[in-house]
Ligand binder design. Structure first.
Ligand SMILES: Cc1cc2nc3c(=O)[nH]c(=O)nc-3n(C[C@H](O)[C@H](O)[C@H](O)COP(=O)(O)O)c2cc1C
Length: 167
């Protein structure tokens, strides 16, 4: 892994948390990184909802089949926005979300990207008051890691095509 920035390789999905507090300052720092992301025509279609309330986190955890650990996180960050604001909404939101995850890891915190399909988006909207016209993009439970995962790439030479496609 020579030369690959460690801060990128160190980002892993963290689903166990110590329960230690996460400062508002660190969350804002991570959101500054999120909002440094590229976006088509620099339209920046993103906003972010930060849920720290214990009962709200528990309700969110219960509503998502693969995000039960959100109940034990210190915050759940929900990138959201209006799809009508940009034809490249999903790509822009994904760029911001990855920046957010990288920054969270760089701050010594842990998080996991939890995807939302249409049904889960409806559930999340109802729980946190995001209106119908706006799209919650993902759930990002954040906390102090209680598990360690090795830094790694999943580099696969077979997935790299040079100059032209080869079957
Ligand atoms: C679009 C997307 C949706 C995901 N949804 C979930 C999820 O609902 N619950 C979960 O625990 N992990 C979820 N993950 C995390 C993946 O399982 C994880 O990124 C993958 O296993 C690779 O592990 P790593 O993040 O540690 O590199 C999601 C990741 C992405 C990019």
């Amino acid at each position: 892994m020579n030369g690959v920035p460690q801060w990128i390789l160190q980002r892993r999905s963290i689903r166990r948390f110590t329960g230690d507090p996460v400062s508002r300052e660190k969350i804002v720092t991570a959101l500054q990184a999120a909002m440094a992301a590229p976006s088509a025509r620099n339209l920046q279609p993103w906003s972010f909802l930060v849920v720290t309330d214990r009962a709200s986190r528990a309700a969110i955890a219960k509503a998502h089949p693969y995000a039960g650990f959100a109940a034990d996180a210190e915050a759940v960050i929900i990138p959201f926005g209006n799809k009508a604001d940009s034809p490249w909404f999903d790509q822009d939101m994904a760029a911001a979300t990855e920046n957010l995850l990288l920054a969270i890891a760089g701050l010594g915190l842990g998080a996991t990207w939890c995807g939302l399909d249409d049904t889960l988006q409806d559930r999340v909207r109802a729980l946190v008051g995001i209106p119908d016209g706006l799209c919650p993009f993902a759930l990002i439970p954040v906390g102090v890691p209680a598990e360690e995962k090795p830094a790694r790439t999943q580099y696969d030479d077979a997935r790299v095509h040079w100059e032209t496609y080869r079957p």
